[in-house]
Write a protein that binds this ligand. Structure first.
Ligand SMILES: NC(=O)c1ccc[n+]([C@@H]2O[C@H](COP(=O)([O-])OP(=O)(O)OC[C@H]3O[C@@H](n4cnc5c(N)ncnc54)[C@H](OP(=O)(O)O)[C@@H]3O)[C@@H](O)[C@H]2O)c1
Length: 254
């Protein structure tokens, strides 16, 4: 049996990855903080797909929570074949007003946990000569818009670099960069998203289908939608000052 460990597996994109891997008959390890919700998600996946589902209740912004998941990933007796780093949060507000502890907590989840879990998983995968790590990044990483976008730029660049280092090892690395996706992320952070036009919204299942198709094709940075492929191409090639100005104006309108 093949096993996938998914962080942020109780909601949004992580939950869509969990459903997709369960449907493909993978055993699962689901990671998030809310234990009751984890148990509920595990029961639903067991019932609908007949797979084995473990749950790990862990706060990835805390060292102890992260260490718990690292230990599970590094366990040589219970190998994990696929790691999906999808847990995420976003802060809301101007940098000078956001409590620094909130920014640091976000970096711990989006950067520190991704760094540590990736190494914990990649070592064993490289030894076994097979495995895949999918890091859920964001198109926000292509534009300068605060700590969140800087963290996502790190995730994408980190994943690309590691994909090069692990080329030929049998371990696939991929960063997936969604645009605005209907999940709980923005609501949890108290964003008013009513000004975002309908054409900019994606669905979590659509992200997962596109990402897994790209993973099979060996794509390292997956942008799974036509509209965001076009927007990221523009962001990469337009003058940086223009990209900064447009991005800041959009941020102010939200
Ligand atoms: N939605 C978008 O528009 C969008 C666009 C681009 C990229 N992304 C990225 O996609 C990923 C998934 O986000 P989403 O939109 O699916 O968000 P979501 O619906 O809010 O789900 C977030 C998941 O992460 C878990 N989580 C949050 N903080 C955690 C912590 N400290 N420790 C462990 N688990 C934690 C949550 O469960 P608990 O609360 O129980 O811990 C939940 O399962 C994130 O990395 C996000 O940055 C999202």
């Amino acid at each position: 049996m093949t096993t996938a460990l998914i962080t942020g597996a109780t909601a949004g994109i992580g939950s869509a990855f969990a459903r997709r891997f369960a449907a493909a008959r993978y055993d699962l390890i689901l990671v998030a903080r809310d234990t009751a919700r984890l148990d509920q998600a595990a029961a639903t996946l067991r019932d609908s797909h007949g797979v084995t589902v473990e749950v790990l209740s862990a706060d990835l912004s805390e060292r102890a929570g992260c260490a718990l998941v690292e230990a599970r990933l590094a366990d040589p007796d219970r190998p994990v074949d696929v790691l999906v780093n999808s847990a995420g949060i976003v802060t809301n507000g101007r940098f000078v007003q956001i409590p620094i502890e909130d920014e640091e907590r976000m970096l711990n989840v989006l950067v520190r946990a991704v760094l540590r879990l990736t190494q914990a998983a990649a070592r064993g995968m490289a030894e076994r000569g097979r495995g895949a790590i999918i890091n859920v990044s964001s198109v926000a990483g292509y534009v300068p818009q605060g700590t969140y976008s800087a963290a996502k730029a790190w995730v994408t660049t980190f994943t690309e670099g590691l994909a090069g280092e692990l080329a030929g090892s049998g371990v696939k690395m991929m960063a997936v960069c969604p645009g605005y996706t209907h999940t709980e992320l923005h609501e949890r952070a108290g964003y008013d998203m009513s000004g975002i036009p309908e054409w900019m919204w994606l669905e979590a299942d659509q992200i997962v289908e596109g990402a897994l198709k790209d993973l099979r094709r060996g794509v390292v940075v997956s942008v799974p939608s036509a509209q965001y492929k076009a927007l990221t191409a523009m962001a990469r090639h337009a003058p940086r000052r223009l990209v900064t100005r447009v991005t800041q104006q959009m941020g102010r309108r939200r």
